[in-house]
Structure formats: structure tokens, C-alpha cells
Design a protein around this ligand. Structure first.
Ligand code: HEM
Length: 520
């Protein structure tokens, strides 16, 4: 009897424990993740072994987005690296990106301070690198509301259309089965011409010193991408004197001062001189009476926009921002889109069929047509997932903050590896396959709400040039696909086309895209 009694007591206790476990476990888990974990007791952030002085610099490799992705597979989606003297978090998953760009957006709204970049960009008057605060808010508001608002971007449609037509004509005149064309170079010139015309009303080649401004930007960006040892190991900064980095940077800054400053000053002087004859400006307007970005900025500088003010340094800084951010990003996207379309002829054919069906025999493409081209939009989205032109986004922590149980110290830099996030198999089926269909009948968008798809960033510093970039990419791609058939030289098959990347501020092709375009 006693044994029966003991058996039933033990069974009852076991059942009660099981009941409590199943009932209470979710509650304990919830409490842990929402309270204990949040005020955490400083968990060490995962970090690979490091070397003295260099820290983890040697892990960066030739293509840092790829090396960091490999590293994150071993150490997790939130890693702490020590790049020389700079602590840097590396974010490689949508969950951590959401913590940084949404939940703690304000804490991570700074950009890492690099002396080289600060000097080049008229720091802190610009938008791209200036720290979060009053000055950034002011400059950002001018970019968003005055320079790149919907109406202004629409007003540049005629420029985009004209430049696209010129590209099409150029291709017709110079491409034939026996003479392949360098599409990479053509996209590069197209990107520069569209952004220069929108900014100054004239193409780079038509502006005195225009070519020098472009060369100066190229050299400056090249220097920033190339390693400045002093940024990471300050006591080795003297090496920059020996390896020529410092001298090259000084040369770029001198050229920038001589050309961009003089150039804008001349524009202002001419405006002053012409002020009696109203709008007879340096870049005389055509009959459309278009207003270019420089007109808007100088208008604000001269007090013509109620409630908004700006100084001369800011005018220069914002112009430089737009020229740097706007030219290469769109052309790199076009380069990768055409690469993938040539690699996958069935996708190219499907897109050509869609465009043909929407146009119903028409040759020219307008905005309304583009709205109906869903597969075109899917191809562009897939290109931005698979080859985000900016592979890694840089932010910096403005205050001590706890992220997912880890205490992050103020001034820690952040690398958000958007390239890796776009290839995360937790979110994407067959992430290594170029498959535009994944975006058909899907609400996933690049507006910064889907954290597994953030080619334009997210949060309060999200790219303000999304609409502008989109207008360019859609119109150019639709025209090229509709008006030409595409092939590789010497009868090579599409699949043989390489997808080797070149490191840089934008992540473009290493080898130029050489193709044969024949009129369709
Ligand atoms: C395919 C084209 C483009 C891509 C993929 C792209 C991507 C990005 C990314 C990832 C950022 C960082 C966002 C963040 O920190 O969360 C950014 C910032 C920025 N982009 Fe773009 N961009 C493109 C085109 C453009 C264009 C055409 C312009 C202007 C004409 C532009 C102007 C800017 C500016 C001014 C910022 C700095 C915003 C800030 O820090 O507040 N971008 N872009």
C-alpha cells in the first residue's frame, strides 16, 4: 500500500512539474529576453582571435564583404572586430540589422569619423558623413525636401530620357557583331552626364573644368577606398607621408578647392552680375525654364526660400554629395543587371516579352508604361539583392547602448554587411541563384522596412536618392532590353560571363562588360 502511495505521489509530482515547465517556460523565456537580457551583465561580443597592433585588419581581405561574411558564419551575425585602434561591430543578419537601424536607430545614427573623408567633404556641412545632429538634420532636410523631392526628380525625367536616347543612338552607331562595345564605360558616362546635367544643367564635358571635377572625385574616392593606415593605427600615420597617400590626398583637396570652389564662386558672381536681367544665369536655361540643383541651392543661399537657410560651404558640400553618391551607384546597378540578363537568356527573353506586351507595338517607353512592367521591377530588385552597389553600410554608435544582450560602447563603428544579408538562406530560398521571380507577387521592397533587403539602408539615414536612382535604372534598362538583342563576343555563351567584383565604394565588375548589341 505504502509503495502504491509513494508511486502515485511521485507520478503526481512529475505531472505537476511537467505542467509547470510547459506553462512557465514560455513566460520565463519571455522575461529573460525582454528584461534580463536587455539589462544584461555585459556578455562578451563574439570576436575572432586578433593580432597585436593590427587587431583584425588582416581578416578584411580583397573583398571585405565576402571575407566578413565567411567570418560571420563562424562567429555569428554580431561580431566585434578591432581594426587597428578602431572597434567595429559587424552586422550580418536581418535581426541584428533591425536592432541597429530601427530599434536603436538614434543610437547608431552617426557615421565613422575618418579624417581623410571629413576633409574631402567640407565636414561637417555635408549629409553623407556628417554626424547626427542639428547640422545634419538641416542639410538632410534640404536634400530630401528641396533637391530630391518627387516633383524635382520628375522634373529631371527629360534629362534622363534624352541621355537614354543618346545611349541608344550610340549603341546603334557603334555596335555590330564584329565590333563589341564596352557597356561599363557607357554606363559610367551616362551616370555622370545625368547627374551633372541635373546638378548644373550641362554635361560634364560642356562645363569648363567639368572633366577635372570628375577626375578629382574619382581620385578622391579611390584614395578613400585605398587604405589610409593613419585612420586605423594613428601612431603609424607618418607612413602616409612615405607611401604618397598624404601627398595624393593634399593634391585632391587642392584641386577640389581650386575647381569646385572657384566654379561655384563664378556661378554666384555671374548671378550677381546678371541679377538685373533676372534669370540670365551662367548656365542659361532653355525654354523649359528648368531649375537645376545648383539653382535651388544658390536660391536658398541667397535667401530665396522662406524658412530655409544655408551657407556657401554647405552649397559646395551638398553638390559634392550628390555628384559622389548619384553617378556611380545607378551605373553599377545597370552594369550588374545587364550582366545577369546576358548570363540568363531566358530571363532576358521574359523581360523583352513583358516590355513588348506593355508597349503594344510602340517603340518609345514612357513613365506610365514603366508602371506596368512588373517583371522589370523584379529584375531590378533582384539585381540590388544579388549585387548591392554599396555592399556594406557604415554607421557609428553615438552612445553606450545594449543590443541583444551586448553592451556596445559609444564610438564603436558598425559595418552592416548588406551584401551578406541579401544572401542569407534564413530569408532567401536559393540565395545564390539570380531569380527575379522571387519578387513577383511579393510585397518585399527596398524602402527600409524589410530588414533582410536593405540595399538603400534603413532608418533615419536611409538613402534619399531612391526615387532618382529608380527613375534612371528603370528607363535605361527597359530601353536597352527592348531596343536591342544582346550577345557576348565570339559566340561565347552567356553563362561564361564572369561576375568577378572590384572592391571600391561601389561594388562593380572587375572586368568591363564587353558585349554585342544588335538592333531588335
Ligand atoms: C542604386 C543606387 C543607390 C544605392 C544602392 C544607394 C545606397 C545608399 C546607402 C546604402 C546609403 C546609406 C544609408 C544608411 O546609412 O542607412 C546611402 C546614403 C545616401 N545616398 Fe544613396 N544610393 C543610391 C543612389 C543615390 C543617389 C542617386 C543619390 C543622390 C542623387 C544618393 C544620395 C545619398 C545620400 C546623400 C546619402 C546619405 C544619407 C544620410 O547619411 O543621411 N544615393 N545610399
Amino acid at each position: 500500500m505504502d509503495e502504491y502511495y509513494q508511486f502515485f505521489v511521485a507520478l503526481f509530482t512529475l505531472l505537476v512539474l511537467l505542467y509547470l515547465y510547459y506553462k512557465l517556460f514560455p513566460m520565463i523565456k519571455w522575461l529573460y529576453s525582454n528584461t534580463i537580457n536587455k539589462i544584461n551583465i555585459n556578455l562578451p561580443i563574439p570576436s575572432p582571435p586578433k593580432l597585436p597592433i593590427l587587431g583584425h585588419l588582416h581578416y578584411l581581405g580583397y573583398l571585405p564583404h565576402r571575407s566578413l561574411w565567411d567570418l560571420s558564419k563562424k562567429h555569428g551575425p554580431l561580431m566585434l572586430l578591432q581594426l587597428g585602434s578602431r572597434p567595429m561591430l559587424v552586422v550580418s543578419s536581418a535581426e541584428v540589422a533591425k536592432e541597429v537601424l530601427k530599434i536603436h536607430d538614434v543610437s547608431f545614427a552617426d557615421r565613422p569619423e575618418l579624417d581623410t573623408v571629413k576633409r574631402a567633404f567640407y565636414h561637417p556641412k555635408d549629409v553623407i558623413i556628417s554626424p547626427y545632429g542639428e547640422q545634419w538634420r538641416k542639410s538632410r532636410s534640404i536634400i530630401v525636401h528641396q533637391l530630391l523631392n518627387t516633383k524635382k526628380v520628375k522634373s529631371f525625367n527629360s534629362i534622363i530620357e534624352e541621355e537614354t536616347t543618346l545611349l541608344v543612338e550610340k549603341l546603334i552607331s557603334c555596335s555590330s557583331p564584329s565590333s563589341p562595345v564596352n557597356l561599363t564605360n557607357m554606363f559610367e558616362s551616362l551616370g555622370i552626364d545625368i547627374i551633372y546635367r541635373s546638378t548644373f544643367g550641362k554635361k560634364m564635358g560642356e562645363i569648363e573644368h567639368g572633366k577635372k571635377v570628375a577626375d578629382m572625385i574619382n581620385e578622391g574616392v579611390g584614395l578613400i577606398v585605398n587604405f589610409s593606415i593613419g585612420e586605423f593605427i594613428p601612431w603609424l600615420a607618418w607612413i602616409n607621408k612615405l607611401n604618397g597617400f598624404g601627398a595624393a590626398m593634399e593634391r585632391v583637396l587642392k584641386t577640389r578647392n581650386e575647381i569646385l570652389d572657384t566654379f561655384i564662386q563664378e556661378y554666384l558672381d555671374d548671378m550677381e552680375a546678371a541679377s538685373n536681367s533676372s534669370r540670365e544665369l551662367l548656365f542659361a536655361k532653355d525654354d523649359k525654364n528648368e531649375e537645376f540643383l545648383i539653382d535651388t541651392l544658390v536660391g536658398i543661399y541667397r535667401g530665396g526660400t522662406p524658412g530655409v537657410s544655408i551657407d556657401l560651404e554647405s552649397v559646395k558640400a551638398l553638390i559634392l554629395n550628390v555628384l559622389v553618391a548619384g553617378a556611380e551607384t545607378a551605373s553599377t546597378t545597370l552594369e550588374w543587371a545587364m550582366t545577369e540578363l546576358i548570363r540568363y537568356p531566358t530571363i532576358l527573353k521574359k523581360l523583352q516579352d513583358e516590355i513588348k506586351q506593355v508597349l503594344k507595338g510602340k517603340r518609345d517607353i514612357n513613365e506610365n508604361d514603366l508602371e506596368k512592367m512588373h517583371y522589370l521591377k523584379a529584375v531590378i530588385k533582384e539585381t540590388l539583392r544579388y549585387h548591392p552597389p554599396i555592399a556594406m553600410n557604415l554607421r557609428e554608435c553615438r552612445e553606450d547602448v545594449n543590443v541583444m544582450g551586448y553592451n556596445i560602447v559609444k564610438k564603436t563603428g558598425v559595418i552592416i554587411n548588406m551584401w551578406a544579408i541579401g544572401r542569407d538562406s534564413a530569408y532567401w530560398d536559393e540565395p545564390e541563384v539570380f531569380l527575379p521571380e522571387r519578387f513577383l507577387n511579393s510585397s518585399i521592397d527596398f524602402k527600409g522596412f524589410d530588414f533582410h533587403y536593405i540595399p538603400f539602408g534603413a532608418g533615419r539615414r536611409i538613402c534619399p536618392g531612391i526615387s532618382f536612382a529608380n527613375e534612371v535604372i528603370e528607363l535605361v534598362l527597359a530601353n536597352l532590353v527592348h531596343k536591342f538583342n544582346w550577345a557576348l563576343p565570339d559566340g561565347a555563351k552567356g553563362e561564361s560571363l564572369d561576375v568577378i567584383e572590384q572592391p571600391g565604394i561601389t561594388n562593380g565588375r572587375k572586368n568591363p562588360l564587353i558585349v554585342i548589341a544588335t538592333k531588335s
